[in-house]
Design a protein around this ligand. Structure first.
Ligand code: FAD
Length: 477
């Protein structure tokens, strides 16, 4: 949609991912005249088109396959699943379309001007939008929010034969199922996509440069997940660097340099690079507008999501870690409230993180490692799901709930959960931390039976040595 040359929008939002569209929608709800700009046909950004939603749709298919497999233990056997990759891809694309179309309708209902194209600042109150077809238009604004997100980090010096190399976006296209798949990077994106491909039939090798998967999470939680991944994946190579990518006729020969520089060479039909993401802060004309960029390309913002320009804000992945959709959308709301003159700030007590593997791994607040690094006086209380009635009933005792508790105040500093549905369970702990709850609050809060959420209550009871379903020898005073 084109606007008249003299039009000045109250708010222009650049990028329509979860950060940008949330901001645009709230701006419109608060009565602002809003323009939202993005190259995609509808809002959604990486999260809906190439991230959270397609990956979780495929992971749900993987879950079904595993559950059918696990049912053999209950005496229910299904024949080996036949996977029609075209229909699976169409199902995933349908989910994305349903959600992005829905967002498109919300744009119209809110009377937001949606412009398809790439925007770049031409001054501190103006920008230019270039469409895919090469046409361009100038826009004037009172306030702007930059929400241009991030893209996969590339490995330098890597052969870029697109027949064999994947990033998270192309991996989610699900063009084929490689027999041998190498995933470079043992972070959450690599492990989630590895779970999908291994379930669909690939032999998956994960090469992780550091000495553990999911470096941000506590090791005891990761151990529970690793146990299942060890049987799902062909190889998990830690302390291992993938290098020397030599393109062959039917794949890429890769050198894996392990501990003490021991090398192995292997041919992989596809290589997925999942070594992180970097902010989309280039080609935005930030220098022209005079907007400061900080370290690693993130746009510098204050606690109100404001850049060094009083009328320009930045939110989501482009404004810093953690690069998560719920952080982006929350920042989007803060930025718009500030623009609307409210006294708002982005100061969450905690931002939860979830890895949607099987089992899931979720944490919020401080990890045990962070508490130790901060030299806090804390205690850890763990409850194994082997003692949870619900976990036994559903045949998923591979789980653990742990609380990090301040020794002096008994406040909850952090919670980590590994187990099926951990991602759904973690929100209670987010609320507990936000509300400044202590371990007694979690103990006294009646959790419905039989649910996995009871493990949070029992972990709290463990702290006092009184968990009903697990004996703990008396605490020393
Ligand atoms: P984005 O979603 O990146 O959107 C930015 C938009 O800006 C894009 O549409 C882009 O095209 C547009 N844009 C860029 N430059 C311009 C320009 N110059 N002009 C106009 N438009 C522009 N997060 C979670 O919280 N949970 C998950 O389960 C999860 N899973 C993920 C799985 C994968 C495989 C990946 C890759 C990411 C996942 N993420 C997940 C991360 C999540 O997708 C991002 O944190 C989130 O999308 C960031 O939102 P955003 O609004 O900052 O930007």
């Amino acid at each position: 949609m084109h606007q008249s040359k003299n039009h000045t929008a109250d708010l222009v939002v650049i990028g329509a991912g979860p950060g940008g569209y949330t901001a645009a929608f709230l701006g419109a709800d608060l009565g602002m005249d809003v323009t939202l700009i993005d190259p995609n046909p509808n809002p959604g950004g990486v999260c809906l088109y190439k991230g959270c939603i397609p990956s979780k749709t495929l992971l749900n298919a993987a879950r079904l396959v595993h559950e059918a497999d696990d049912a053999a233990d209950m005496g229910i056997t299904f024949s080996k699943p036949k996977i029609d990759i075209d229909r699976l891809r169409a199902w995933k694309d349908g989910v994305v379309e349903k959600l992005t179309d829905g967002l498109g309708r919300l744009v119209s209902q809110r009377k937001i001007t949606y412009i398809r194209g790439n925007a770049a600042f031409t001054g501190n109150c103006s920008l230019q939008v270039v469409s895919q077809e090469g046409g361009s238009q100038e826009l004037a604004f009172k306030h702007a929010i930059i929400a241009t997100g991030s893209r996969p980090t590339e490995l330098s010096g890597l052969g870029k034969d697109s027949r064999f190399m994947l990033d998270s976006s192309s991996a989610l296209d699900l063009r084929d199922i490689p027999q041998q798949l190498l995933i470079v990077g043992g972070g959450y994106i690599g492990l989630e996509l590895g779970t999908v491909y291994a379930t669909l039939g690939s032999k998956v090798t994960v090469a992780e440069f550091t000495n553990g998967l999911l470096p941000g999470a506590d090791r005891d939680l990761v151990r529970v997940l690793s146990k299942r991944l060890d049987s799902l994946f062909d190889t998990i190579a830690l302390n291992t660097r993938a290098e020397d990518f030599k393109v062959q006729e039917d794949g890429v020969e890769v050198t894996l340099k392990g501990p003490e520089d021991v090398e192995s060479h292997k041919l992989f039909n596809k290589v997925l690079i999942a070594v992180g993401r970097q902010p989309n802060s280039e080609r935005l004309g930030l220098e022209t507008a005079g907007i400061d960029i900080g370290s690693q390309g993130f746009i510098k913002v204050d606690s109100q999501c404001r850049t060094n320009l009083v009328n320009v804000f930045a939110i989501g992945d482009v404004a810093g870690e953690p690069m998560l959709a719920h952080k982006a959308s929350h920042e989007g709301r803060v930025a718009v409230e500030v623009i609307a003159g409210k006294n708002a700030a982005f100061e969450p007590a905690t931002i939860p993180a979830v890895v949607f593997t099987d089992p899931e791994l979720a944490w919020t607040g401080l990890t045990e490692k962070q508490a130790r690094e901060k030299r806090l006086d804390f205690q850890v209380s763990r409850f194994s799901w082997a003692a949870s009635g619900r976990a036994v009933a559903i045949g998923r005792t591979d789980g653990m709930t742990k609380l990090i508790i301040d020794t002096n105040t008994q406040r909850i500093l952090g919670v980590g959960i590994v187990g099926t549905n951990a991602g759904e369970m973690i929100t209670e702990s987010v609320l507990a931390i936000e509300m400044g709850a202590n371990v007694t609050d979690l103990k006294l809060c009646i959790h419905p039976h039989p649910t996995l959420t009871e493990t949070v209550q029992e972990a709290a009871e463990m702290f006092f040595g009184t968990a009903t379903h697990m004996y703990r020898s008396k605490r020393k005073k």
